[in-house]
Design a protein around this ligand. Structure first.
Ligand SMILES: [Zn+2]
Length: 502
């Protein structure tokens, strides 16, 4: 698609979005001031007055926003990600994160996120959304390349509703538009308890949500939605706006995300350009159907999986070795059926696990039933057992240095790497087809230029050239397109020293 055409399309889409947003905004502005329903459990004559109304009035003053105001928030902190730690013994990775968000009253948003994963892997995404849908691009172009991924209206509304939890002022404004029900908190009756009220409503995504407000200050202390709870601490008046500087998000009892240094900026209605994506991105291609791509000499790669992940496999005279089992049992069942069709009558004897991060092994159960051997790097077993049900029959082989799987007439060589991304990393090499299978060490996107490498690419290069001297024609990544040694070298040359500013 020529550059100018792509730009033209982008403009048209943005104009449509803006028109719809303006229409919606008009409707909201005409809505009579939201009715606040007060429960009247203390309505009997002579009962003490219900504090809910007074607290809510105080909160409205505290968190007042200019009509139609939009807000920009920025924050940094860390997110706890399950099954992404470098050390297999750790169930969670503490992932440094920062983000900035623009939110309008009519449901438009712009979210820039940056996260740092083990191995100095930086994700940097930009999402722009409206009640009609959202689009996301990978600003560093290594994971999604130059492709735009789109989400539908329901998903965009949920994302918007989630982002409102970052600003109690926005949350309260939203709540007041949604017929909230207010009542004194049940624990007020406990001796010496701080007096609080609870304000309940259904959020922009239709989810029951409850705000807890301190009666004395009128401040929102926490918000609960399903299993998630947000606590708001360190309130500061930032210009005219009351905003907590620290927000902690719990998932059940676990801290999921901690935001510090939260700053806000009130802005008049932002210009439409704020919600434009930069040039140079195109709509993501449909890569279905699910199929096995023959790489020659018994080596294959799965293409067209719903997740976009590429399982690899090598077929010998007697047996098949599969490389990785992403991302769910359901998808792995589909992939397994394609493998069995590509190599009829042959048994899947091994599943080689590149590393035990959740997205690479979540489909393992699809293969375990057949009594196959699961082959991993050193120490990965503890992570697999944690992720599999206790009843799973796990026949495990941990490779501490190198190993070789005999598939009958063909072999698959295995090399353990103590990687900065995952300490129990395993790389597989099929000598007959000169194919390397690897997960998360070296990234090429499906579409887009060769991106600068992260630490893992150097580790892979050392293995291939310095330590093992492998003849390599292709490098199959669990993510992205298949590459060559030239691609790997180019990616390493592009690598910059830039770290992650904290
Ligand atoms: Zn990983």
């Amino acid at each position: 698609m020529p550059h100018s055409e792509s730009q033209g399309k982008g403009m048209t889409r943005t104009n449509m979005t803006t028109l719809r947003a303006l229409a919606l905004f008009g409707l909201l502005a005409l809505t009579p001031f939201a009715t606040v329903l007060l429960t009247t459990d203390a309505s009997a004559a002579g009962a003490p007055p219900n504090p809910a109304k007074a607290t809510l009035e105080l909160a409205k003053k505290q968190f007042a926003l200019p009509p139609g105001a939009a807000m920009e928030l920025s924050m940094r902190g860390s997110t706890s990600r399950p099954e992404q730690a470098r050390d297999a013994a750790a169930a969670f990775a503490d992932v440094p994160s920062d983000q900035s968000v623009v939110l309008t009253e009519d449901g438009r948003f712009r979210l820039k996120t940056r996260t740092l994963y083990p191995g100095s892997i930086v994700f940097s995404f930009l999402t722009v959304g409206s009640p009609q849908g959202s689009s996301t691009i990978d600003e560093l172009q290594w994971r999604d390349g130059t492709e735009i991924s789109k989400e539908d209206a329901a998903s965009a509304r949920k994302d918007y509703a989630d982002l409102l939890f970052l600003s109690p002022a926005l949350l309260l404004r939203d709540a007041l538009n949604r017929k909230p029900v207010s009542k004194p908190a049940a624990r007020n009756a406990e001796p010496g308890a701080t007096q609080r009220i609870e304000v309940s409503f259904k959020d922009a995504a239709g989810r029951p949500t409850t705000l807890t407000l301190d009666t004395a200050s009128g401040r929102i202390e926490s918000a609960t939605s399903g299993t998630r709870r947000f606590t708001y601490v360190g309130y500061q008046k930032q210009k005219t706006l009351l905003q907590p500087t620290r927000i902690t998000q719990y998932d059940g009892d676990r801290v999921a995300t901690r935001w510090n240094d939260v700053t806000t900026l009130l802005m008049p209605a932002p210009s439409p350009e704020v919600f434009n994506l930069p040039d140079g991105y195109t709509e993501a291609a449909d890569r279905s159907p699910l199929r096995a791509t023959d790489l020659g000499e018994g080596a294959y790669r799965i293409d067209g999986a719903p997740s976009g992940y590429h399982t690899g496999f090598v077929v010998g005279d007697r047996a098949i070795a599969v490389f990785d089992a992403p991302v769910s049992v359901e998808e792995a069942e589909q992939v397994k059926a394609v493998i069995e069709k590509a190599a009829p009558g042959k048994r899947i004897a091994y599943v080689v696990v590149s590393h035990p991060h959740g997205d690479h092994v979540a489909g393992l159960r699809a293969y375990l039933k057949d009594g196959i051997e699961v082959v991993t790097g050193p120490g990965a077993g503890v992570a697999l057992k944690r992720q599999l049900s206790a009843s799973a029959q796990l026949k495990l082989r941990e490779v501490n240095n190198t190993d070789e799987l005999d598939l009958g007439g063909r072999t698959l060589k295995l090399y353990a790497i103590n990687s900065t991304h995952a300490s129990s990393m395993l790389v597989a090499y099929a000598p007959a087809s000169r194919t390397v299978f690897q997960g998360d060490l070296f990234y090429l996107p499906e579409v887009g230029p060769v991106p600068p490498a992260f630490d893992g690419a150097g580790e892979l290069s050392t293995l291939i050239t310095a330590s093992q001297g492998l003849f390599v024609e292709r490098i199959v990544g669990v993510h992205g397109r298949t590459g060559t040694l030239d691609d790997l070298n180019q990616s390493l040359a592009l690598r910059k020293g830039g770290g992650f500013a904290r």
